[in-house]
Design a protein. Sequence first.
Length: 584
Amino acid sequence: MTWSLYHRRRLQREAAYQRAAKNELATILDNVDACVYVKSADYRYRYVNRRVTEVMGRPAEAILGNTDAELFDACIAADLRANDRRVLEQGEKVVAEEGRFMGSDDRLGPFLSVKLPLRAANGDIQALCGITTDIGEYRDIQESKYRLTFYDPLTGLPNRRLLLDRLEMVVRGTRRSERYAALLFIDLDDFKVINETQGLQRGDSLLRRVAHCLEETVRESDTLARLGADEFVLLIHDLGLDIEQAAHAAERVAEKLLGQIANAQTEEHMLPLPVTASIGITLFANGHANVDSAMRQADIALQQAKTSGGNTMRFFNPDMQADVMARVHLEADLHQAIARDELRLHYQVQVDELSRVTGVEALIRWEHPQRGLVPPSQFIPLAEKNRLILPIGYWVLERACQQLATWAGDDHRQRLTIAVNVSSVQFHQPDFIARVQHTLESTGADPSRLVLEVTESLLMEDPERVRNIMLRLSRLGIRFALDDFGTGYSSLNYLKRLPLHGLKIDKSFIKGVLEDPVDAAIVSTTITLAASLKLGVTAEGVETEAQHQWLREHGCGAFQGYLFGRPVPMDELLLASHLCPMTT
């Protein structure tokens, strides 16, 4: 073979390899999801892959040889030409978001383009190579992730994370501008009842309705967020330089919010209870707050609003925080009260119409080593909130039963009763009946001498279950008295169906029987009602002989109050020698 023939064949093979490689490259480029194209120095398309034809909705033959001005509207063509000029005339590499093209599948961009200059061996720019990617789907995914991260899926409002970010920005802004901002915590009253009685779906529907109503009230520049459950937060900025002006503005907004929440009760969202809310407000400016303190102060003010009965607003003040810290320390000490043997039982006598002692009520006291005697009104609500009422309640029950067992061997006292208050938290425990039975058995107390006092609010909570528990305990011989009668919402139907042995008229009515005709009518009617239902009736809080005489004249047969004795420890309890057992 001659050298010239060998050389010619080698060139043919190389040309075949190049054609194959070119075809293979074209196949690869036609299968990528990005637009790949080449434009000559005069801005005309010289190569396009399959994706370009799909996006433009034209065959390759209708694209090649044309400029963008011949393929797109003037606005898009001008944007593309501006970027191409930087590549072809200045030799830059361009990365830019470019025009939105309408393709055959009616999809819009945006598109991200990367454009590079193609140079000859001598360095001259001969063409432009571009790679353009549709980032619309990516943007949709990112937007979806953003909404899941920063927005509440139920209401579409910003969530806690986004609220905290914006609150941080507003706090920093007040340091620069010295203008006041406000944070409002909004909590629906008794929302748990709505969920329990109407179902979670109805509750979610109400939350969406409330969110919509609140959004109609606030400015676009403010942030309305949902923290979770039935808790909403409103962040208001730019309330002026004067604190009184800022407070008035925040108060007006809060009043509008309360009105809008009430309006959430539309015909299609009718509920058995009115929709109301409590609002806690804190103001801050001049960098005198941070995110944590603002959130904490608004929450403290909210709790004050709820404690006041709901459907109202409260502004934070330092005294509130002092009260909260005092409660925190008190609660911490309460956790140790039983272990340190700091709880005490005091007893207050109950007498019949002849002033003979028939029993006592066991009343818990906390003898704190530094605070002294802590009133039940201060620590019992805390105990119910943190469920310490369970060990405390069973401690009271056990001590009372131990005292009954001790009296069982005393001829003068064996027929006395001891009344014990039962918390609704304690009553609704699954093992409540078993715990009571165990306490009676372990102490040897006579069940017929034990009186459990329940409140009217307890009777409203799952009344059928409450009735069944009371019936089972009644079969053991335990008696039940309805405490603080007249202050709750009990119906006559409950009184008729429940195994009650007596009613206790609240002392707030007894106090006014001599001066207030309404109180007198309530007490007189209660005594008559109890008699008709064959229930005993005890007047609480009897302090004067005049009250005692009035009650006797109106048919009341049992009494309790300072007139007959204050609550005292057992070793100080002076019982008369003519003790008489309660009628069985």
